[in-house]
Design a protein around this ligand. Structure first.
Ligand code: 5GP
Length: 210
């Protein structure tokens, strides 16, 4: 009996390493995970590709999708819209894949409300100093954007108590296997396995009658 996939929301400070962690999970445990590609109205950064990193949309196209109910969630972040197209996520969960949403906190809260079984992970570097160093190290952002992301990080930390797990990204490999373990444990929860246990009960009863 194939279990439905686990919906995983990966949030954290900009620069916490969510993207690297997600890629590593996809590489290491290939068939088990799927990554949701978000839509956004922000401009592509250098090297970013349409349909790989994001679906880059004009504001009116994004708003059209909102009105059609095509998003699982959406939010505004640093002046742009970001949203998760619903269909891909639902299809992959049905196929048994653990679907990763790399989204910020407003969107995470919307999803948790609709789907309480979603697993919310908050990723952080070990310290604020390390966070700033990583933001600078990326070298793709202006000082203004870095300042606005550091300011936003304060707000994000305020809301993170609602997440299920806090994961410190210090050593990347340990962090990835830790996250994989959390997900495996989560999928063993009784309330996510009712169909399986009912099947075993049924078989036991049939065997008793033989
Ligand atoms: P960036 O512009 O650095 O790619 O992303 C900015 C923030 O938007 C990050 O915190 C990222 O996780 C979040 N984000 C990306 N896609 C989505 C989405 O579909 N929905 C929401 N709510 N946030 C998103």
């Amino acid at each position: 009996m194939k279990q439905k996939g686990q919906l995983i929301i990966m949030s954290g400070f900009s620069g916490a390493g969510k993207g690297t962690i997600t890629r590593a999970l996809l590489d290491t445990y290939q068939d088990e995970y799927a990554l949701s590609i978000s839509a956004t109205t922000r401009a592509p950064r250098e090297g970013e590709q349409e349909g790989v990193h994001y679906f880059f949309l004009a504001k009116d196209a994004f708003e059209q999708m909102i009105s059609e109910g095509a998003f699982l969630e959406y939010a505004q972040y640093v002046g742009n819209y970001y949203g998760t197209p619903k269909k891909y996520v639902e299809d992959q969960l049905e196929l048994g894949k653990n679907v990763i949403l790399e989204i910020e906190i407003q969107g995470a809260l919307q999803v948790k409300k609709m789907m309480p079984e979603a697993l919310l992970l908050f990723i952080t570097p070990p310290s604020a100093k390390e966070l700033e160093a990583r933001l600078r190290g990326r070298g793709t952002e202006t000082e203004e954007v870095i300042a606005s992301r550091m300011a936003r990080a304060i707000q994000e930390a305020e809301g993170c108590e609602v997440y299920d797990y806090l994961v410190i990204n210090d050593n990347l490999e340990q962090c990835i296997s830790h996250i994989h373990q959390i997900i495996q444990s989560e999928k063993s929860k009784m309330n996510l396995n009712i169909d399986l246990i009912n099947q075993i009960r049924k078989e036991l009863n049939e065997m008793k009658g033989e």
